[in-house]
Ligand binder design. Structure first.
Ligand code: NAD
Length: 469
């Protein structure tokens, strides 16, 4: 069977069936996870519902619990990080950053407050706006940052007084199961449950009448299904969905310096970041040097098994995604685009793909129009900045975008014209626990992080005390 257990009502739970988890660096199954049954999911949801009654009452205890969660994660980081590398593929140092980032997110969230706003206090009435928890939250996460993106949901949901059932991606269930196992002694039974299974398990969560909120991170296609499934009983929703972030380079930059930063933000986590740079717009006069610099960086980066020291870029996480990246690059090649470097797989095991720079490409190619979510970056030439802005905005995506220039004020003005949730200047992927993060258009609904993210796990209650006659 499996060494990994789900957490239901504070207890370890296995299942009759299990499913294999593949190490993307080898392409082989290295462990298995329990395949949660519908009855087990129901008991997880019911235990969360029962635990909600007491958990919602004591804010000071919840705040302390979040700090205890942070400490427990730090103490077991040496177990979590290698496991994350094995199931996700990212280099060990990056996995450790994700684990420590998860602890930091718990710590920071513990410092947030749930203010009571007094909007009237006179002889006629005292009117307070309070923030109440919603109840049981269903948290559904993807495979690129399973721990961090899970904690972005858990920490604020729990602080606000909700209880949670979390379901990680079937490609990366183990680090989340282990995380929640580590938190078992820290939290009262039922407050945080973890279940593992396939996509249908996520659909069962959204179909159940118990959760009052679904906090979902994943693709746009699945996000739409989650929204539709949540509609019949009006569950609250936060949807953090896909992106196709443009970076617009202005003509006044040093191509070498800018290429280095663009490359880092495009190839982080092997390009598997919702808000990685996914297309770069470069003015014609700088096009050749920027493309050449990007290609040089792609050739120099060390690709390999994330468990080995010195590796900077791991494999693509899973076979369907590996096939998709190959397909998008081949399609670009067939359409006449220039594969400056990369454009091929590496080795004969695992899902390694050479970091790829694609030039002489434009809209109308799927590599530009869709979210590639992998190590292949299209670089697009433009003549007029107005044209670049229009092309950057001509999409259903609206997660992040960046403008690169030595004139920060001008760049900030252009950034303001971009239709997205986060518009950066001379940086990209600048995420922090105190900064709200979310998508415009099809890239999402609601935000995570900061006090804004916390309020998303609450609803307003007005307490209006009449003092008049
Ligand atoms: P996915 O949509 O395939 O799966 C995400 C999660 O949803 C998984 O746990 C999956 O099992 C579950 N799921 C699948 N079908 C479901 C259904 N019908 N009902 C409920 N749950 C269901 O996404 P993925 O391939 O795991 O992740 C990659 C995508 O996630 C990319 O598009 C990426 O941009 C996006 N993403 C967004 C953010 C963000 O914050 N905006 C962050 C990371 C990843």
């Amino acid at each position: 069977m499996t060494d990994f257990t789900m957490t239901i009502d504070g207890k370890a739970e296995t299942a009759q069936r299990s499913f294999g988890v593949i190490n993307p660096a080898t392409g082989e199954v290295f462990a298995s996870a329990p395949d949660c049954t519908r009855a087990q999911l129901e008991s997880a949801l019911e235990s969360a519902q029962t635990a909600f009654r007491a958990w919602r009452k004591d804010e000071a205890r919840r705040r302390q619990s979040l700090l205890d969660c942070a400490a427990a994660i730090q103490a077991r980081a040496g177990e979590l990080a290698p496991l994350l590398t094995r199931e996700q593929g990212k280099p060990l140092a990056k996995a450790m950053m994700e684990v420590m980032g998860s602890a930091i997110w718990f710590q920071y969230t513990a410092s947030l407050s749930l203010p009571v706003e007094v909007i009237q206090d006179d002889e006629n009435a005292r009117v307070e706006v309070r923030r109440r928890p919603l109840g049981v939250v269903g948290a559904i996460t993807p495979w690129n940052f399973p721990l961090l993106l899970g904690v972005w949901k858990l920490a604020p949901a729990l602080l606000a007084g909700n209880t949670v059932v979390i379901k990680p991606s079937p490609f990366t269930p183990l680090s989340t199961l282990k995380l929640v196992e580590i938190l078992r002694p820290v939290l009262p039974a039922g407050v945080l449950n973890a279940v593992s299974g396939g996509d249908e398990l996520g659909a069962w969560i959204t179909a159940s009448p118990i959760p009052r909120k679904i906090s979902f991170t994943g693709s746009i296609a699945t996000g739409k299904k989650v929204a539709a499934a949540s509609a019949p009983d009006l569950k609250r929703l936060t949807l953090e969905l896909g992106g196709n972030d443009p970076a617009i380079v202005l003509g006044d930059v040093d191509p070498k310096a800018v290429a280095k930063k663009l490359f880092a933000s495009a190839f982080e986590n092997c390009g598997q970041v919702c808000t990685a740079i996914k297309r770069v717009y470069v003015p014609e006069e700088l096009y050749a040097p920027v493309v050449d610099e990007l290609a040089e960086l792609a050739n120099a980066i060390v690709v390999g098994n994330g468990e080995q020291p010195g590796v900077e870029l791991g494999p693509i996480n899973n076979k369907p995604q590996f096939e998709r990246v190959k397909e998008l690059v081949e399609e670009a090649r067939a359409s006449g685009a220039r594969i400056v470097t990369g454009g091929k797989t590496i080795g004969d095991k695992g899902y390694f793909y050479a970091p790829t720079i694609v030039a002489d490409i434009a809209e109308g190619t799927r590599l530009v129009d869709e979210e590639q979510f992998g190590p292949a970056l299209p670089v697009i030439a433009y003549r007029r900045i107005e044209d670049a802005i229009e092309r950057a905005n001509a999409t259903h995506f609206g997660l992040g975008a960046s403008v690169w220039s030595s004139d920060r004020d001008r760049a900030a003005e252009i950034a303001g014209e971009l239709e997205c949730g986060s518009a950066w200047v001379n940086t990209h992927l600048a995420l922090a626990p105190n900064i709200p993060f979310g998508g415009a258009k099809w890239s999402g609904i609601g935000v995570e992080n900061g006090s804004w993210g916390l309020l998303g796990f609450t609803e307003i209650q007005v307490v209006n005390v009449n003092r008049g006659a």
